[in-house]
Design a protein around this ligand. Structure first.
Ligand code: 5GP
Length: 116
C-alpha cells in the first residue's frame, strides 16, 4: 500500500473525523472545509489519481459517488443539493495522491472554478 496521508488515516496512524467506512472505502471530514459540509471519500484500493484508475476498476470510482449520495440522503441534505468534485493532477490542484472524491454541501455553492 502507498503511504499518503490518506493511507495513514485508513490505517488509523493519524486521526480523522471518520463519518463512514466499509470494506471498499472510508469517508472523513476535510481538515480545511470549503463548505459547511466537506467530506472526503477515499477508496481503500490504491490509485494515485483518477487518471490511474483503469476502466475495469470503474466500480472503485462509482462506489465513491454512490457512498457520497447515500451519506447525503442519510444526513438529510440530498434534496437541498450537494456537489462532488475529483481533482486530478496539477492544474486541478490535487495535493494528496490517493484518488478521492470531495462532497460539498450545506449552503448554496458558487459556480465551480474557471481558469485563472
Ligand atoms: P485535493 O486538493 O488533493 O483534491 O484534496 C486534498 C484534501 O485533503 C484538501 O481539501 C485538504 O484540506 C485535505 N487534507 C489535507 N490534510 C488533511 C488531514 O490531515 N486531514 C484531513 N481530514 N484532511 C486533510
Amino acid at each position: 500500500m502507498s503511504d499518503t496521508l490518506f493511507h495513514k488515516i485508513i490505517r488509523r496512524e493519524i486521526p480523522a473525523d471518520i463519518v463512514y467506512e466499509d470494506e471498499h472505502l472510508i469517508a472523513f471530514r476535510d481538515i480545511a472545509p470549503q463548505a459547511p459540509v466537506h467530506v472526503l471519500f477515499v477508496p481503500k484500493a490504491d490509485f494515485a489519481t483518477l487518471d490511474d484508475v483503469p476502466e475495469e476498476q470503474a466500480l472503485v470510482v462509482g462506489r465513491l459517488a454512490t457512498a457520497a449520495a447515500a451519506y447525503a440522503r442519510r444526513q438529510g441534505f440530498a434534496g437541498d443539493g450537494y456537489r462532488v468534485v475529483m481533482n486530478c493532477n496539477r492544474d486541478a490542484g490535487q495535493t494528496v495522491f490517493q484518488v478521492h472524491l470531495h462532497l460539498l454541501a450545506g449552503a448554496p455553492l458558487g459556480r465551480f472554478g474557471t481558469a485563472g
